[in-house]
Ligand binder design. Structure first.
Ligand SMILES: Nc1ncnc2c1ncn2[C@@H]1O[C@H](COP(=O)(O)OP(=O)(O)OP(=O)(O)O)[C@@H](O)[C@H]1O
Ligand SMILES: [Zn+2]
Ligand SMILES: [Zn+2]
Length: 743
């Protein structure tokens, strides 16, 4: 007799076996009610297990199914197990991600309303009788006959109608049912959706779509290689996604679209809504502002196959779509796909896994592919498709790199925010009624030491990343190998004593602009604006309507914006991101520059990009300037190979945190010592050291980097050590596999 192995809801991760009552169709993924001590609890069936006959006691039977169908499909459950194993987290934490809170709690049960339905008109004779004897009932019949779909909510018939309806039901003239109503997140109708139709594709798009269609139509069970679609900014990737999605729906299958963050990609979402305006009720957009009730309804609409296109950020990778036919991952290089809380999965990587389990094609698209995905194409794991021309026939914008060391001299040692060149370019645009966007690079934080006159940055001699400045003890430290140096009194390069920290914010930029461009309308997008509901959308709409001349923002607005009247894009401090202690800093700078530059010249007008930097010769800036992804990738991959960084190794972070500095440090040192004992071959263990952000939210943080060509042995080794180590109560230890953040 198989028993059900049930994971009980709740933080304690209890797992018990229960006997299955006869005839109850229990399968893995089902939600069940079970007896626990003297109460009833809910849980999720993880597995069916054979119990030995001589257990010596009888297993308690489970009570019932909470839902007639398994809420987690076998494939999603399998993906869940993979995540737990790969990222070293508990299956309970993964189940929480698979089944959102809103779906697990029973209080959010579907909203139903009583609805009266008229299936056929009553005989004229019968009707005549009713009209005479019961005019109220006759009136209800008349209303129904004229209602859309010949049905109406009981509540809409007004008070006191239920007795009449009851009587009509008794006479079998109408039916009364309980109908589920959708809590429609778009019901407030804030945005009008204008339908649009497919564009005739150009040659490159046609070729890309043909490959995707071939995979779509391949017989079930054919292995399908993931596709990396490298298309330059404005090459029309979205159009390819839209047409591939339509074909998938035509085949009777469903489509999952992952975007970096819904609030940051309003234009992409709007294009999907417009293209599928004819089947608007089949489109589900999962964003973080959904109420619990709305989330519950959308989730069930998806599971029942009513919503056949799902657009969402990383957690949508678990959307319970039946018959999944296609997965699209837009801007696959974006680091927001990595979840920064347990379970710390990477949405793109889980999407690739899910596609392989579901046997469906997956397209990873980007103008600046991640080196991980690109390396996978070089190794033949993924297939590379390219679109190197802009869809509208325009050329890629001209990029000018401005050496800010010269500007700084002009401003007598002070930091120039706006070069003369950029200021003049802005003035010209304002005069011509063309629009400009200015980006301020705020990735990481300016903790590296950079000389304002020559641009020199203090680097680690062993790791080729910048050293981090620690104010507390006036030291520079490498966050990979632990190398330490004293803060130089003069720039080692040019002897300038004003070597200093740099950093300014969007607000400061707005102030400066207001002074130099008094006639211009200037608006700013930053974290403050993002916190207000609809503020971003309203701002972008105003920009679209040309009510704003200059838009200032951080790179968080760089994604997917398409404004034909923008002819100038400025990047104020292109190299700040280069000097954060992160081996991906060069890659991020290249991506940022390319993406941001791609916002210029997207209409009939030609675009210009001005990049201000203290390190004009840095390779990421030069390759971006020449729109040379391959050149950049070749050089950067060589560096990663030499220093054993991803994609040539998996890189994990172990972090300890506590309000108690010594205890956090001591804990990590203990773990380090234990990790060192019988460390499996192939794992390279870094040294424990303070995190770059050594104090955050009142907690002290220490970190340790681990690298390994193979992921599993690393995760297992760390898990084993963690399991046999008792941590002090006030210390939290976090393990992050394939880490994307090193601060
Ligand atoms: N075949 C086509 N013919 C004409 N215009 C097209 C075609 N395909 C796309 N476009 C238009 O070109 C512009 C850029 O396309 P799209 O935004 O899809 O590019 P993208 O590759 O997704 O860009 P990005 O990566 O920069 O966000 C859009 O205005 C789109 O409507
Ligand atoms: Zn210098
Ligand atoms: Zn180092």
């Amino acid at each position: 007799m198989p028993a059900a192995r049930v994971l009980i809801d709740g933080p304690s991760e209890l797992v018990f076996d229960y006997a299955i009552p006869d005839g109850l169709p229990v399968v893995p993924g089902c939600r069940v009610r079970v007896p626990l001590r003297n109460k009833t609890s809910q849980g999720t069936v993880l597995d069916l297990v054979e119990t030995p006959g001589d257990l010596g006691f009888a297993l308690r039977p489970l009570h019932s199914l909470s839902d007639p169908d398994p809420l987690i499909t076998p494939k999603l459950l399998e993906a869940g197990r993979w995540i737990a194993d790969y990222y070293g987290c508990s299956i309970e934490s993964v189940i929480r991600a698979l089944l959102p809170e809103a779906v697990r709690t029973e209080d959010n049960s579907a909203k139903v309303r009583k609805t009266v339905i008229l299936d056929k008109d009553p005989d004229p004779e019968v009707l005549a009788k009713i009209t005479k004897r019961a005019p109220k009932q006759a009136a209800i019949l008349a209303i129904l006959a004229h209602s859309p779909d010949r049905k109406i909510a009981l509540a809409d018939l007004g008070e006191g109608a239920s007795a009449s309806v009851k009587s009509l039901v008794k006479q079998e003239l109408v039916r009364l049912i309980e109908e589920e109503v959708r809590r429609d997140p778009e019901a407030d109708g804030v945005e009008e959706i204008l339908p649009d139709s497919p564009l005739p594709l150009n040659e490159e798009q046609e070729a890309a779509l043909a490959v995707i269609l071939e995979l779509l139509q391949a017989p079930d069970g054919t292995p399908r290689q993931p596709i990396l679609l490298h298309g330059v900014t404005g090459s029309g990737k979205t159009e390819v996604y839209l047409q591939a999605a339509r074909r998938t729906l035509d085949l009777g299958k469903t489509v999952l679209v992952l975007v970096p963050e819904i609030s940051l990609t309003p234009q992409t979402v709007r294009r999907f809504r417009s293209r599928f305006a004819d089947i608007q009720d089949q489109v589900a957009v999962l964003h973080s502002n959904l109420s619990q009730g709305e989330r519950f309804d959308e989730w069930h609409r998806i599971r029942k196959g009513k919503a056949r296109i799902v657009i969402g950020a990383r957690s949508a990778v678990f959307a319970p779509l039946p018959d999944l036919g296609l997965i699209l991952v837009d801007e696959e290089h974006e680091n927001s796909y990595k979840q920064d809380q347990i379970p710390r999965y990477h949405g793109r990587d889980v999407a690739v896994l899910r596609a392989s389990l579901e046997g469906c094609p997956i397209i990873l698209g980007s103008a600046t592919p991640s080196l991980e995905s690109y390396q996978n194409t070089l190794e033949g794991k993924y297939r590379l498709l390219r679109m190197l021309k802009r869809a509208d026939g325009q050329s890629l914008p001209l990029i000018r790199v401005l050496d800010m060391r010269l500007e700084s001299k002009k401003h007598k040692g002070g930091m120039a925010i706006l070069s003369d060149r950029l200021r003049v370019a802005l003035e010209q645009r304002v005069a011509k009624k063309e629009q400009s966007i200015l980006f301020l690079n705020r990735r990481g934080f300016a903790r590296s030491l950079q000389c304002p006159s020559c641009g020199h940055v203090c680097m680690c001699p062993h790791c080729s990343i910048s050293l981090t400045y620690h104010r507390e003890d006036e030291r520079l430290m490498c966050h990979i190998c632990g190398h330490q140096a004293v803060v130089p009194k003069k720039c080692p390069e040019c002897r300038d004593p004003s070597i200093a920290l740099q950093g300014f914010g969007t607000q400061k930029v707005e102030e400066v602009l207001a002074k130099v461009l008094p006639a211009a309308k200037i608006a700013r997008i930053d974290a403050d604006v993002m916190r207000k509901k609809n503020a971003l959308r309203d701002l972008l709409n105003a920009f679209q309507a040309r009510k704003i001349d200059v838009l200032v923002g951080t790179q968080m607005i760089a994604k997917g914006l398409h404004f034909p009247n923008v002819t100038l894009v400025g990047i104020l401090n292109a190299d700040i991101g280069l000097h954060v202690p992160d081996f991906r800093s060069g890659e991020r700078t290249f991506q940022l520059m390319t993406q941001v530059a791609g916002r210029a010249g997207r209409g009939d007008l030609e675009g210009e990009v001005i990049v201000q930097t203290f390190t004009p010769h840095s390779p990421s800036i030069q390759f971006a300037r020449h729109h040379d992804f391959d050149g950049f990738a070749e050089q950067e991959l060589e560096f990663r190979r030499q220093f054993e960084f991803p994609p040539f190794a998996h890189c994990a972070m172990l972090t300890s945190r506590s309000t108690h500095e010594r205890r956090a440090e001591f804990t990590l040192e203990t773990l380090h010592r234990r990790l060192k004992e019988d460390c499996p071959p192939g794992i390279s263990l870094g040294e424990p050291m303070p995190s770059p952000l050594v104090r955050s939210h009142g907690q002290f943080r220490f970190q340790l980097m681990l690298r390994s060509a193979k992921a599993r042995p690393l995760t297992r080794h760390v898990q084993q050590v963690l399991q046999k180590t008792t941590l002090p109560e006030d210390v939290t230890v976090v393990f992050d596999m394939d880490a994307w953040s090193f601060t």
